[in-house]
Design a protein around this ligand. Structure first.
Ligand code: SIN
Length: 333
């Protein structure tokens, strides 16, 4: 398959189950916000782990999630990297999907329209091969109804700069955000998705804040590799892949803590190996205002709802009545 082809991923929309209101946490106020975006629940899906939300509709009412964060969409259809694309690792998963997707026009027609018609709070993730493509995507999306926020996935290679990942350099990260900010005339917030593969994540966060983001999503996967010793070759077709799952959670919590300490007013959507409400509360205490649920969804598609319930119970156990009171609670005050 060429890089311009993509399989038809049409999946029939299912009727959503009756609206599900978490009961365990009913006495706890779990509402939160990411800048100007009010969230009715603290758990969102993580980009790339629930496609555009439609598949999840058979497991729960997608409208009751904090948000669906869509798989990063690029300007053109793309078939992604060679197979195999996934490998299991201890407490984690390595993936090398290569931003497979249908391209912006098909996404708008098939995916965003479904999300909008069903009243789902939608954060659209975008990725580009170069700075201009990010700008074109922001421009294409700016007047499209139903986008609650834009997540700018800067953890992809800049094909115009020796494949250097935008998010690994403060100048290229800022350059993407400045361009998106210029094109994005919508009032919906812009979040930059940060990579942990840097020496100083605070420096990158500061650079995207100066460039105009309203918040950050953190963290993306860590670059890793598995060797297949039978073939004496890297296991993944793309050789390297992104490590996700519980193995990276302490790295993610550390990154959220550091960025919140340096930029306490900056809204953070935290993610990285969250499997339970207990895990989610670590991120909130470190400084995240909400969390995205990723790898666990592959084995437990109901996890985003379950974790919201568990988070309510974890907060209640500790005497909190509102989630927002726990944001950054692990910091010296
Ligand atoms: C992928 O599609 O390869 C994942 C992209 C990402 O981790 O941002």
């Amino acid at each position: 398959m060429s890089d311009l082809e993509t399989p038809d991923q049409e999946i029939p929309a299912r009727k959503m189950p009756a609206r599900k209101i978490p009961d365990v946490s009913s006495s706890i106020d779990l509402t939160t916000s990411l800048g100007s975006l009010q969230l009715q629940a603290p758990t969102a899906t993580a980009s790339g782990c629930a496609a555009a939300g439609r598949e999840l509709a058979q497991f729960g009412d997608v409208r009751t999630l904090g948000a669906v964060v869509t798989k990063s969409i690029m300007k053109n259809p793309r078939s992604g990297r060679p197979t195999p694309r996934m490998a299991e690792t201890p407490s984690g998963m390595l993936n090398s999907i290569g931003l497979q997707g249908p391209g912006i026009e098909a996404f708008l027609e098939k995916d965003l329209s479904w999300l909008t018609e069903n009243g789902v709070t939608t954060i659209v993730s975008i990725a580009g091969n170069n700075v201009d493509e990010f700008g074109e995507l922001a421009n294409r999306l700016k007047d499209v109804p139903g986008i609650a926020a834009l997540e700018v996935n800067i953890s992809c290679p800049n094909v115009e700069s020796r494949g250097q990942v935008f998010a690994c350099n403060p100048f290229s990260a800022a350059s993407v955000i400045e361009t998106v900010r210029r094109e994005w005339t919508s009032s919906a917030p812009i979040l930059a998705k940060l990579s942990p593969d840097v020496t100083d994540i605070v420096e990158i966060a500061q650079s995207v804040v100066e460039a105009g983001v309203d918040g950050v999503s953190m963290i993306n996967t860590l670059l890793g590799m598995v060797i297949d010793l039978d073939r004496m070759k890297p296991m993944l077709g793309g050789r390297t892949g992104g490590l996700s799952g519980p193995a990276i959670r302490p790295v993610a919590v550390r990154a959220v803590y550091q960025v919140h300490a340096a930029l306490p007013q900056l809204p953070i959507l935290g993610m990285g190996g969250i499997r339970t409400g207990h895990d989610a509360l670590e991120f909130i205490a470190a400084g995240a205002s909400a969390v995205s649920i990723g790898t666990v969804v592959f084995g437990d598609p109901g996890a985003p709802w379950r974790i919201a319930d568990e988070l309510g119970a974890e907060l209640a156990k500790r005497g909190f009545t509102k989630l927002t009171d726990a944001i950054g609670a692990a910091h010296e005050r």
